[in-house]
Ligand binder design. Structure first.
Ligand code: AHR
Length: 503
C-alpha cells in the first residue's frame, strides 16, 4: 500500500470559498432546455411545463448560479425572440449547433425556473452578431424597475418585478474561430469595454465577466487575456476560463492527471490578471470565472450524425464513466486549491448536454459525475486550507510527474467541520493517507464517503441508474492529532471531520 502525507494548519489559508464555485450552465443546445428542464407534455411537468424530476435533482445539487443561454448559442441569439406570447415567437435557424430553435423558452421562463431550482441566473449577452445597444436593452428589460420602454415591455409580458440579474457575461468564447462573429482580441476588447461601460450605467450593481480563452491550448492564449484586460480593466470584474478534457486513447493514468493542466491554466490566468493590475496601478483584483468545465469527448462521433435543423436533438450526450467522476473530483480539488482566485465555476452543463443529470420519458437520473460535484457543493464551504501533499508520483504522458494523491482540506469554522476531499489516482493500490491536524484539537471523523469501483468504465444509465453511487468506509480515525484513512485504489473520498466538545 502506498503512503501519502498531508499537512494543514488552521492559520495557513488559501482563501474563502465563494459559493458560486458550484454553479452550472444551461445552453439552448440539444435537450438541455427542451426535454431537460422544460417539457410541458411530460407526465413529470409542473403547471408551467418544467420537469419536476429535473428540478428535484438540481435542488439536490444546491447549484447557486446557472449560466444562460449559451455558450456558442448566445453569439447568434436575439433575446426578443424568446419573450412575449409563446405563439408569436419565431422559430430560427440556429447556426451555432445547426438546429431549429423554437424559442418556447426564453429569459422570463428561465428566471422562473431558477426561482424554482433555488439558483440565480448568470446571463450572457450576444457580442457575436450584436453589441452595445442590444445588451443595454436586454439589461433594461431584466433589471429596470419600470417606466422605460423595455422594463414596461417586461411588465406587459407578465413580469411586474425586475429579475435583478447580477452576473453578466460579455459574450462567449470570442477567441474561437468557430464562434459566430469571432473577433480578434483587439476587436473584442473594444466591444466588451464599451458594452460593459454602458451596462454598468444602466445598472451599477451588476458584475461583468469578460471572455478569456476557450482553453489553455488556444494559440492566442495569454496575449488574448492581456489585451482584453488591458482595455477592460476598469470595466470588468472577472475573466472567463473554459476547459474540457477527454480521453483520446486508452491511457487512463494520463487522463486522470489532466487536472495538472487545469492547475497551470488557473495559475497563468491569475498571473496575467495581476500583470494588468500592476500595469494600471490598480487596486482591484480581476478574479476568475471558470464558467465552463467538465469532461467532454464521449459524444463527439455521435454528434457528427445529428440531423441538421432538427429540433432539440440528442447532442453532446456524454454518458459518463466512473473514471470521468474521478477526474471531475480532481478538477474540483484544483478549483478549491485556487479558491482565492477562482470565484465562479460553472460545470458545463447541467442537464442532458455533457451533464450530471439525464432525462428520458421514464424519469431523470444521476450520472457518475453528479457525486463529486454534489459532495463539494454540500461540504466544500468555508476556508480552504493550504494543503501540503507529500505523495508518490507517476509519469503521466502529457503532464509529467503526477501525484497519486490529489487532496484539499476545507475548514468550516462556523460548523466546526474540516472536510478532506481526496482522489487516489493509483489504478491498483490502496493508499494510506495521514494528515496532521495541527491546531484542530477535538476533531473526530464524522464519516468517510467513498466513490469506488473496480471497473473504470462503469456508467449509470436509464436502466441501471445506480450502478455507480457513493458508499461509506469506517476505517478512518483520528489519534494523537493525526488522521489516518485508507483510500481504495481509484477512488473519490470525502472525509468529514467534526469538532466534538470535550466534557
Ligand atoms: O458547452 C458546450 C460548448 O462548449 C459551449 O457552447 C461553448 O461555449 C464551448 O465551446
Amino acid at each position: 500500500m502506498k503512503k501519502a502525507q498531508v499537512i494543514v494548519d488552521r492559520d495557513y489559508i488559501v482563501g474563502g470559498v465563494d459559493k458560486r464555485l458550484y454553479g452550472s450552465f444551461i445552453e439552448h443546445l440539444g435537450r438541455a432546455v427542451y426535454e431537460g428542464i422544460y417539457q410541458p407534455e411530460s407526465p413529470f411537468a409542473d403547471g408551467e411545463g418544467f420537469r419536476r424530476d429535473t428540478l428535484a435533482l438540481v435542488r439536490e445539487l444546491r447549484v447557486p448560479v446557472v449560466r444562460y443561454p449559451g455558450g456558442n448559442f448566445v453569439s447568434g441569439y436575439r433575446w426578443e425572440d424568446g419573450v412575449g406570447p409563446k405563439e408569436a415567437r419565431p422559430a430560427r435557424a440556429e447556426l451555432a449547433w445547426q438546429v431549429t430553435e423554437t424559442n418556447q423558452v426564453g429569459l422570463n421562463e428561465f428566471a422562473r425556473w431558477c426561482k424554482k431550482a433555488g439558483c440565480e441566473p448568470m446571463m450572457a449577452v450576444n457580442l457575436g452578431t450584436r453589441g452595445v445597444e442590444d445588451a443595454k436593452n436586454l439589461l433594461e428589460y431584466c433589471n429596470f424597475p419600470g417606466g422605460t420602454k423595455y422594463s414596461d415591455l417586461r411588465k406587459a409580458h407578465g413580469y411586474a418585478e425586475p429579475h435583478g440579474i447580477k452576473l453578466w457575461c460579455l459574450g462567449n468564447e470570442m477567441d474561437g474561430p468557430w464562434q459566430i462573429g469571432h473577433k480578434t482580441a483587439e476587436e473584442y476588447a473594444r466591444l466588451a469595454h464599451e458594452t460593459g461601460r454602458v451596462m454598468k450605467w444602466v445598472d451599477p450593481t451588476i458584475e461583468l465577466v469578460a471572455c478569456g480563452s476557450s482553453g489553455l491550448t488556444m494559440p492566442t492564449f495569454g496575449s488574448w487575456e492581456a489585451t482584453v484586460l488591458d482595455e477592460c480593466y476598469d470595466t470588468v470584474d472577472y475573466v472567463s476560463m473554459h476547459q474540457y478534457y477527454g480521453k483520446r486513447d486508452g491511457d487512463s493514468a494520463n487522463f486522470l492527471a489532466s487536472a495538472l493542466d487545469l492547475d497551470r491554466f488557473i495559475a497563468s490566468v491569475a498571473a496575467i490578471c495581476d500583470y494588468v493590475k500592476g500595469k494600471h496601478h490598480g487596486k482591484k483584483d480581476i478574479q476568475l470565472s471558470l464558467d465552463e468545465w467538465n469532461v467532454w469527448y464521449h459524444s463527439n462521433e455521435a454528434d457528427k450524425q445529428v440531423e441538421k435543423w432538427s429540433k432539440h436533438p440528442h447532442q453532446l450526450e456524454d454518458v459518463y464513466t466512473f473514471e470521468d467522476a474521478l477526474l471531475v473530483g480532481s478538477m474540483l480539488i484544483t478549483m478549491l486549491r485556487h479558491a482565492d482566485r477562482v470565484k465562479i465555476g460553472c460545470l458545463a452543463q447541467l442537464v442532458n448536454v455533457i451533464a450530471p443529470i439525464m432525462t428520458s420519458d421514464t424519469g431523470a437520473w444521476r450520472q457518475t459525475i453528479f457525486y463529486p460535484f454534489l459532495h463539494c457543493s454540500l461540504y466544500g464551504h468555508g476556508t480552504v486550507l493550504n494543503t501540503i501533499v507529500r505523495s508518490p508520483v507517476y509519469e503521466a504522458r502529457d503532464h509529467g510527474d503526477a501525484p497519486y494523491l490529489d487532496c484539499v482540506a476545507v475548514h468550516d469554522e462556523e460548523k466546526g467541520e474540516v472536510t478532506v476531499f481526496a482522489v487516489n489516482k493509483d489504478l491498483a493500490e490502496d493508499m494510506l493517507l495521514t494528515m496532521e491536524l495541527r491546531q484542530f484539537p477535538g476533531y473526530h471523523v464524522k464519516e468517510h464517503i467513498v466513490l469506488h469501483d473496480d471497473d473504470l468504465l462503469a456508467v449509470n444509465t436509464e436502466k441501471a441508474p445506480d450502478r455507480i453511487r457513493p458508499g461509506y468506509l469506517d476505517t478512518a480515525t483520528v489519534a494523537d492529532g493525526v488522521l489516518t484513512a485508507k483510500l481504495p485504489g481509484k477512488s473519490w473520498n470525502v472525509i468529514r471531520l467534526e469538532r466534538v466538545e470535550e466534557r
